[in-house]
Design a protein around this ligand. Structure first.
Ligand code: NDP
Length: 452
């Protein structure tokens, strides 16, 4: 039998090859390291996983599409963006994963997100493969008409690659209900099909699932609560710092508040807000969801309890819990050290890969409960899969039913990660537990389906 250290050196060799074959894609390298550095115990224990080519296939997307997206701004000027869809792995079901519209988007970012998505989707226990897409288009400051023209142009190419049994995109950074509406409209127009299962995150009057907007944030709070329960604690009375002020952050704050915690921060790329009384969600939703404004407007309108800190690090605010909900690598080693000094008990990732590898290491060394995004934020994609199920049956479930299913799925993901970590001698290490459990499910399906 191969030892763990022999297996690890094979995986390290593969990581070097990944870096050579995918140059200038640091986020993808980081995501591949994060997974492959935890797989040695399971590959050493189960010889079928050491089969030549299995992990090599897993790190190579099944298909990568890049395309031109020309559109006209309100002044009639032609703009050209780049569109992406990476269909990473369909061993468990149709490719599933969001679309991100942000100027920082490039192929490496989409590949990191698509790779994460494979394991996340496997952890939900549902029949969905992994994919991701997006564009370097920046919706900030664009009129609704410009966003619509961009979405229509984007879908005019994307439509030929997706379908309810093939690939089912959803939202991510910069893509919410408005964008999904324009994308769905154009898909329907081009194909002349009412194929509601082709996109998730739709509006509730036309095929969207209740609780889908809330699902990622709610799910992350449930995951954090499960980690605390393992330590004999609950959310009641805990102070929480949350970053971001978009879809994930808003519903994270909503669930924290509902379960008795005090969420005192939110942020965007201009800075962060601290509100000692706890974030006023009605005001935050009005500014972010209705006015599409910046977080400094929150502090201006909230009064004495709140202040806006331009730039700076939201992680400087002392708290029991931290829930990063903005973007990748937003919580670095220094931020982790500050959180630890201030007595943080748990960090749960609402965003994808928000903590750097150095930060994760430091938090785990300090005994902080750490929930990796592929487990903690899987509630969003899980409810997207439930939206697909409702579309397929041409029905819609009550909010209570969807929320109950979401809670069951998050509990099951927590238990799976926890038990898998124990089984592989890494008790309390949710990173190892999530990676191995997700890997086992995908790898078993890939082995059963042959070399494709
Ligand atoms: P939104 O676009 O709704 O909100 C993103 C928030 O993060 C905004 O406040 C934005 O501020 C901030 N942000 C984004 N990029 C940066 C940056 N480079 N620097 C500083 N702040 C930034 O996106 P979501 O809430 O949907 O997504 C947030 C995270 O959660 C992402 O990592 C996403 O991949 C992940 N996620 C989302 C899911 C979903 O269901 N939506 C599911 C699972 C994970 P600003 O407006 O100033 O840019």
């Amino acid at each position: 039998m191969t030892t763990r250290s022999e297996t690890q050196s094979t995986l390290d060799h593969l990581l070097t090859e990944i870096e050579l074959r995918n140059p200038a894609q640091p986020e993808f390298h980081q995501a591949a390291h994060e997974v492959l550095e935890t797989l040695a115990p399971v590959v050493a224990a189960r010889p079928e996983y050491a089969e030549p080519g299995l992990i090599e296939r897993l790190v190579e997307p099944e298909r990568q599409v890049m395309f031109r997206v020309p559109w006209q701004d309100d002044q009639g000027r032609v703009r050209v963006n780049r569109g992406f869809r990476v269909e990473f792995n369909s061993a468990l079901g149709p490719y599933k994963g969001g679309l991100r519209f942000h100027p920082s988007v490039n192929l490496g970012v989409i590949k990191f997100l698509g790779f994460e998505q494979i394991f996340k989707n496997a952890l939900t226990g549902l029949g969905i493969g992994g994919g991701k897409g997006g564009s370097d288009f920046d919706p900030h400051g664009r009129s609704d008409a410009e966003v619509m023209r961009f979405c229509q142009s984007f879908m005019t190419e994307l439509y030929r690659h997706i379908g309810e049994h093939t690939d089912v995109p959803a939202g991510d950074i910069g893509v919410g209900g408005r964008e999904i509406g324009y994308l769905f409209g154009q898909y329907r127009r081009i194909t002349n099909r009412w194929e509601s299962g082709v996109l998730t995150g739709k509006g509730q009057g036309w095929g969207g699932s209740l609780i889908r907007p809330e699902a990622t944030g709610y799910g992350n709070v449930l995951f954090a609560a499960a980690m605390l329960r393992e330590r004999g604690e609950d959310l009641e009375g805990q102070t929480a710092v949350v970053s971001g002020s978009g879809n994930v952050a808003i519903y994270t704050i909503e669930k924290l508040t509902a379960l008795g915690a005090n969420a005192v921060t939110c942020s965007d790329s201009s800075g962060y807000v601290v509100d000692e009384k706890g974030i006023d969600l009605d005001l935050l939703k009005q500014i972010k969801e209705v006015e599409r404004g910046r977080v400094d407007a929150y502090a201006e309108r909230r009064g004495a309890s709140a202040r806006f800190v331009p730039g700076g690090s939201v992680w400087d605010v002392p708290a029991d819990l931290a829930l990063p909900s903005a973007t990748q690598n937003e919580l670095d080693e220094n931020a982790a050290a500050t959180l630890i000094r201030n007595g943080v008990k748990a960090v749960s990732e609402g965003a994808n890969m928000p903590a750097t590898p150095e930060a994760v290491h430091l938090l785990q060394q300090a005994g902080v409960a750490f929930g990796p995004g592929k487990a903690a934020n899987a509630g969003g994609v899980a409810v997207s899969a439930l939206e697909m199920a409702q579309n397929h049956a041409r029905t819609s479930w009550t909010a209570a039913r969807v929320e109950e299913e979401l809670a069951d799925i998050m509990t099951s993901i927590h238990t799976t990660c926890h038990e898998t970590a124990e089984r592989y001698d890494a008790p309390g290490d949710y990173v190892t537990g999530a990676n191995i459990a997700g890997f086992e499910r995908v790898a078993d399906a890939m082995l059963a389906q042959g070399v494709i």
